[in-house]
Design a protein around this ligand. Structure first.
Ligand code: NAD
Length: 347
């Protein structure tokens, strides 16, 4: 029986992966390991917390003794590694926290895999979840492919790039079976409202200014988190060991156009006059080292594994807004306390 350690399973993407794996693979033991930082929230696991195959371990991925204990207790056979410090703005103010969790934490997990799987590395898989931000920035044309050289610009992307290199180094050096995927920006339910889409939804609800960096022309490729998790499931089961897969929906939006679409959909849903929410848009000072454009070429995943997103951006965004409007308690809980302090400092 597989016993899968999913790290960061109380966060935004990790909790979607856990919810899907627990339901779709009742024959797997799922062990969600999370340190419950500001970004981790056990309320995200409510739909599966009583499932027979679901387990939770509160632990820090940099704590080798705790990780070893979890490997032993649960007989971990595979790892899907999502735990990370994930917010670029926070990495600019506290880069060492990103080195600690994203680099040292990843190597600590790899060391546990090396120790406990050594009898036969071929029976186990270490699947590392990463970001398209490791590739740096694009001009008006072109896409990131799996062959694009790494060129990270923020402390966040530099730490993720480093962790990707360590994962591949453990494959080359020790023969640990690994796979890496690099995904574009995610959006969807349970997203912590420090990121553009949930922050804007929350502010529109509360008639607060909508901060947009610089000239608003930064371009990002957006993917519905439910589709990211389904790609992770497919790559986990069918991906070629040692390979990298880019995950994206060929869905590029300039920030300003995205915020305007969000305003339009929210005005309709909230019964506000057309154009009401757009008045809240406020351009704010640019982020240092801000990458102009990210765009993922997901052809390899499309062709080799037959994966495609299940929804259009308009559909996914609409479903996301509906989720936030019907989960106000979740939103109020995560936006109280420390988040309020962070927001004050940031904007
Ligand atoms: P998130 O910030 O929502 O969640 C991260 C989770 O990791 C939280 O539950 C947190 O408590 C946990 N965590 C943080 N430090 C930890 C530590 N030291 N030990 C154990 N747990 C710890 O992040 P997310 O947006 O869900 O991203 C998940 C992964 O996907 C990350 O590796 C990120 O780099 C990657 N990714 C994210 C996006 C995106 O758009 N959000 C896109 C591509 C890749």
């Amino acid at each position: 029986m597989k016993s899968i350690l999913i790290t960061g399973g109380a966060g935004f993407i990790g909790s979607e992966v856990v919810r899907q794996f627990v339901v779709n693979h009742p024959d797997y033991k799922i062990v969600n390991l999370d340190a419950l930082t500001y970004a981790g929230n056990l309320e995200n696991l409510k739909p599966v917390e009583n499932a027979a195959n679901y387990n939770f371990e509160k632990a820090d991925i940099t704590d080798a003794a705790a990780i070893n204990a979890v490997f032993e207790k649960h007989g971990i056979t595979d790892v899907i590694h999502l735990a990370a410090e994930s917010h670029v703005d926070r990495s600019i103010t506290d880069p060492l926290a990103f080195v600690h969790t994203n680099v040292i934490g990843t190597v600590t997990l790899l060391e546990a895999a090396k120790k406990y799987w050594k009898e036969d590395y071929n029976k186990h898989l270490f699947y590392h979840i990463s970001t398209d931000e490791v590739y740096g920035t694009l001009g008006a044309e072109g896409f990131f492919t799996e062959e694009t050289s790494y060129d990270p610009h923020s402390p966040y992307s530099a730490s993720k790039a480093s962790s990707d290199h360590f994962v591949r180094a453990y494959y080359d050096t020790y023969g640990i079976q690994v796979v890496v995927s690099n995904c574009s920006n995610n959006y969807g339910p349970y997203h912590f409202p420090e990121k553009l889409i949930p922050l804007s939804i929350n502010n529109i609800i509360n008639h607060k200014p909508l901060p947009v960096y610089g000239d608003g022309k930064y371009t990002r490729d957006w993917l519905y988190v439910i589709d990211h998790a389904s790609a992770i499931d497919l790559i986990f089961h069918k991906g070629k060991v040692g390979d990298t897969y880019n995950i994206g929906g060929f869905n590029e939006w300039q920030n300003i156009d995205l915020v305007k679409l969000l305003c339009k959909q929210m005005d309709e849903k909230l019964g506000r006059e057309a154009g009401d929410s757009e008045k809240l848009i406020t351009f704010v000072k640019d982020r240092p080292g801000h990458d102009k454009r990210y765009a993922i070429d997901a052809t390899k995943l499309n062709k080799e594994l037959g994966w495609y997103p299940s929804v259009t951006f308009e559909e996914g965004l609409s479903a996301t807004i509906d989720w936030y409007l019907s989960n106000t308690e979740w939103l109020n809980n995560v936006t109280s306390g420390n988040y309020a302090k962070y927001y004050e400092q940031q904007y």
